[in-house]
Design a protein around this ligand. Structure first.
Ligand SMILES: C[S@@+](CC[C@H](N)C(=O)[O-])C[C@H]1O[C@@H](n2cnc3c(N)ncnc32)[C@H](O)[C@@H]1O
Length: 254
């Protein structure tokens, strides 16, 4: 427990181990997701934005044009340390914590990117997060996030055979791959294997993700007081169809 009496968020090794944190941006560079969220913020003229699970802050810093109030919230001190070291980081307020750290913000937009929505494994933590986001938004403010569509069964590709990579890294040559551990209804456990070839050291990071269906997500948003405006199936805003790999939700606080 911390001084507030709350149990600290349990984080995967990916977001804690400094070498894995340093590799995050190499494995997750700027892409069409960044443009999607930036365009959305411009379209709705968002002046106040919260990036929940902001990680190393790639998108968070791009939001921060100077006229906006931008807050990046993440429970990982190591991810935030990388975020804070980057250009324009001083334009962002960085908060080490989770949705319970928001307070009342009157935000125009809250985003959860990089499938952050899938880290909330049980229904009470997901419902609690939506409730806190609702409280942080002004009436009519927007929430946008993406989540993998369980129907597309992305985890079937999370095998050594499909994901093996040998790459150069700041720590010398590395081999990396994913291994699926278990699949149960709505839950997938997998491991990221990282071999540092110079030292022979091996780091295995185990993760569990929650795969909610479109109906489950829509229902939970409805219960938390949101109106779903769009569910896209791609970063190019194709409409979601049952076989889409991703579900990109844009909802409004009713
Ligand atoms: C896949 S990364 C995404 C980072 C960033 N949003 C991006 O798109 O690159 C997932 C992030 O979620 C954060 N996270 C884990 N548990 C969380 C929680 N309970 N609340 C908020 N963020 C959490 C992790 O620390 C990590 O930085």
């Amino acid at each position: 427990m911390d001084e507030t009496g709350r149990a600290p968020t349990k984080l995967d090794l990916h977001y804690v181990e400094p070498r894995l944190v340093a590799l995050y941006d190499l494995e997750n560079p700027r892409g069409p997701d960044t443009d999607f969220y930036l365009d959305l913020a411009n379209e709705i003229d968002a002046r106040s934005i919260i990036d929940l699970g902001c990680g190393t802050g790639l998108l968070t810093r791009e939001f921060a044009t100077g006229v906006r109030r931008v807050t990046g919230v993440d429970p990982s001190a190591a991810m935030l340390e990388v975020a804070r070291s980057k250009p324009n980081a001083e334009r962002v307020t960085w908060v080490e914590g989770d949705a319970s750290s928001f307070g009342d913000r009157d935000a125009d937009l809250v985003v959860m990117t990089g499938n952050v929505a899938q880290v909330f494994l049980d229904e009470s933590s997901w419902a609690g997060t939506l409730e806190a986001i609702h409280g942080a938004l002004r009436p009519g403010g927007h929430l946008a996030f993406e989540s993998r569509n369980p129907v597309a069964r992305a985890w079937e590709q999370w095998t050594r055979e499909s994901t093996f990579e040998r790459a150069e890294s700041p720590y010398g040559p590395m081999e990396c791959w994913l291994e699926l551990v278990s699949v149960s209804p709505g839950r997938v456990v997998f491991e990221g294997h990282n071999v540092f070839l110079s030292s022979g050291e091996v780091l295995v990071a185990r993760s569990e993700l929650r795969f909610r269906s479109q109906e489950e997500l829509t229902r939970s948003l409805d219960r938390a007081g949101f109106v779903v405006e769009h569910v896209f199936g791609s970063w190019k805003r194709d409409p979601f169809s049952p076989g889409s790999r991703m579900m990109l939700f844009v909802a409004r606080r009713s």
